[in-house]
Design a protein around this ligand. Structure first.
Ligand SMILES: Nc1ncnc2c1ncn2[C@@H]1O[C@H](COP(=O)(O)OP(=O)(O)OP(=O)(O)O)[C@@H](O)[C@H]1O
Ligand SMILES: [Mg+2]
Length: 247
């Protein structure tokens, strides 16, 4: 069953260097409970497409048809997304308070979320700066899951983390998906991360989707030259850096 359908989406920006076609005639469908990867180099329009799907940005033309209103987002950097002046208890409760949830229910849900992302209860009284980057990302995951979303846009959720910590967060996201049947739009420029997390993907370049299909199929039979070059530079990186980097 399709949960997100994008139909001929277009979005242009007017910058100093002229017009940027950030999203240029994108159509795609995301199935319920899948992890759909969106891959492409910096500036190709991934975040813009995610924002249009979430309804944060209005497309110039085209439509998004959503099978749910329960959507959340997890960003790359929890430095920016977690308010430094709020303690973790307040950060986690905020969305529930807005929804008018009762005190007892909030306490129960916040504690369950903390447990889910494997942080101790003592974390509640602390502030974001008292945590490591990986722990802060756990808090961001907990906050997203607290409101029982059906669809989460994960926008480069592990890009700012060390590889071992990346793996912990990816495993946590996988576990959560399995348990709650959440659909992910998983944005990354890292093909290893996409392979680890996603069942299908779309390859984006200059605002366009070049190809879409099952991850295993596209990785072994890339039909577009750009996908082939992405894949070869990816394997080059693994050899160049460290074979153990392979997730
Ligand atoms: N609000 C904006 N105003 C002007 N230009 C913008 C705006 N938002 C994005 N752009 C431009 O649109 C293009 C796509 O940006 P976008 O952030 O969607 O790329 P991205 O694929 O998410 O890149 P990254 O991997 O670096 O996050 C870029 O050229 C960017 O500079
Ligand atoms: Mg982006």
């Amino acid at each position: 069953m399709v949960i997100v359908k994008c139909d001929r989406l277009k979005k242009r920006f007017f910058g100093r260097a002229g017009i940027v076609k950030a999203v240029d005639d994108v159509s795609l469908e995301i199935e319920r409970a899948e992890a759909f990867g969106l891959v492409g180099e910096s500036g190709c329009g991934k975040t813009t497409l995610g924002k249009i799907i979430l309804g944060v940005l209005k497309p110039d033309s085209g439509n998004v048809i959503l099978g749910t209103k329960k959507m959340q987002v997890i960003f790359q950097s929890s430095y920016n997304s977690l308010d430094p002046k709020m303690n973790i208890s307040d950060i986690l409760s905020e969305g529930l308070i807005i929804k008018g949830t009762g005190q007892g229910e909030i306490k129960r849900k916040v504690e369950a979320a903390l447990d889910l992302v494997k942080l101790p209860k003592e974390a509640l009284k602390k502030y974001p700066h008292q945590f490591s980057g990986g722990e802060r990302q756990r808090i961001a995951v907990g906050r997203a899951v607290l409101t029982d979303p059906e669809f989460i846009v994960c926008d480069e959720p592990v890009s700012s983390l060390d590889v071992t910590i990346q793996l912990q967060i990816l495993n946590l996201l996988k576990e959560i998906q399995k348990r709650f049947g959440i659909t992910y739009l998983f944005i990354s420029h890292d093909l290893r991360v996409i392979k680890f997390m996603c069942n299908r993907l779309a390859v984006m370049r200059y605002g366009k989707v070049l190809e879409t299909g099952p991850v295993d199929y596209i990785y072994s039979n890339p039909s577009h030259p750009y996908t082939r070059s992405l894949l070869s530079s990816h394997f080059y990186d693994i050899i160049k850096n460290d074979a153990s980097l392979k997730l």
